[in-house]
Design a protein around this ligand. Structure first.
Ligand code: HBI
Ligand code: FE
Length: 301
């Protein structure tokens, strides 16, 4: 993906952005944010990558419950040029990519119910803002997300959206990073889930494989439970570099490479952990991948 390639002017913002209506949140809404924020901060301090923790510190996301996008945006924009825009919920792929290609991150404005802190039928503001926005303060990750958006706009025409959606899933949502201090979390789907924060790093059940673009694009995923495989990047720079290439040859190679199951391990894989899959075997249920507009984030019951 060429980050420097020209993109058409932004259209999706005018079409899909809504007012966050920060004054409209209830005291309960703000309490849900603060509860989740404190729980995740405690879990993530030893487990998230430095870029995530630095971003969390820079953004000050817990000064008065749910953050006001008007307060976040000047800080975020001065760091990397990204902005958060409120949207009504899931938006069409083309609009989603259009926003990312223009360094706008679409975020839901609603917050989950206090009775169901761990269940999400679709991404809420805690997932979207707490999970995603800290990484957007990192200049390298900021470029990666924009490159992804530009690649998405190009993939719309060539029938490889499901491959690109897997790249997003296994990096932006569920990515892990190898560091001198051990495996760390950078994916928003992990970072916004208490149970998956621990599971992704510490449970013997899932595979942990070294990231490879082609391998990731071949791999189906579970939308409704913990992942069976996590892909581990050596650094954000390596992630950006791997995705700045033209994807046409990768897409061509995918024509001859069959899809892999979420739990598959193949001879070419660099295996960091060969998972027992004990968790997945104990809770078998049909896979839900394939619908790129499906829900994300592990919805632990
Ligand atoms: N819309 N609001 C929102 N958030 C997403 O994460 C999102 C979306 N629309 C499409 C989409 N994701 C996926 O198709 C991409 O991850 C590929
Ligand atoms: Fe997400």
């Amino acid at each position: 993906m060429n980050v420097h390639a020209a993109v058409a002017p932004l259209k999706a913002e005018a079409e899909f952005a809504i007012d966050q209506d920060w004054a409209g949140y209830s005291a309960d809404d703000h309490r849900v944010w603060s509860t989740l924020y404190q729980r995740q901060c405690a879990l993530l301090t030893p487990r998230a990558c430095d870029a995530f923790l630095r971003g969390l510190g820079a953004l000050d996301l817990n000064s008065g419950g749910i953050p006001d996008f008007a307060a976040i945006n000047p800080r975020l924009e001065s760091l990397t040029g990204w902005r958060v825009v409120a949207v009504p919920g899931l938006i069409p792929d083309e609009a989603f990519f259009d926003l990312l290609a223009h360094r706008r991150f679409p975020a839901a404005r609603f917050i989950r119910d206090p009775q169901a802190l761990d269940y999400l039928s679709e991404p809420d503001i805690f997932h979207d803002v707490f999970g995603h926005v800290p990484m957007l303060t990192d200049p390298v990750f900021a470029d990666y997300m924009q490159a992804y958006g530009k690649g998405g706009l190009r993939a719309l025409g060539v029938d490889h959206l499901h491959h690109l959606a897997r790249l997003y899933w296994y990096t932006v949502e569920f990515g892990l990073m190898r560091t001198e201090a051990g495996l760390k979390i950078y994916g928003a789907g992990v970072a916004s889930s208490a149970a998956e924060t621990v599971f992704a790093l510490e449970d013997p059940s899932p595979n942990r494989l070294v990231f490879d673009v082609l391998r990731v694009m071949r791999t189906r995923y579970r939308i409704d439970d913990f992942q069976q495989t996590y892909f581990v990047i050596p650094s954000l720079e390596a992630l950006l570099e791997a995705t700045l290439q033209d994807f046409a040859p990768v897409y061509a190679a995918l024509e001859a490479a069959p899809d892999l199951a979420p739990e598959a391990v193949t001879p070419g894989d660099e295996v960091l952990t060969l998972g027992t899959q004990a968790y997945a075997s104990a809770s078998p249920h049909p896979l839900g991948e394939g619908d790129p507009e499906g829900v994300e984030g592990a919805a632990a019951p």
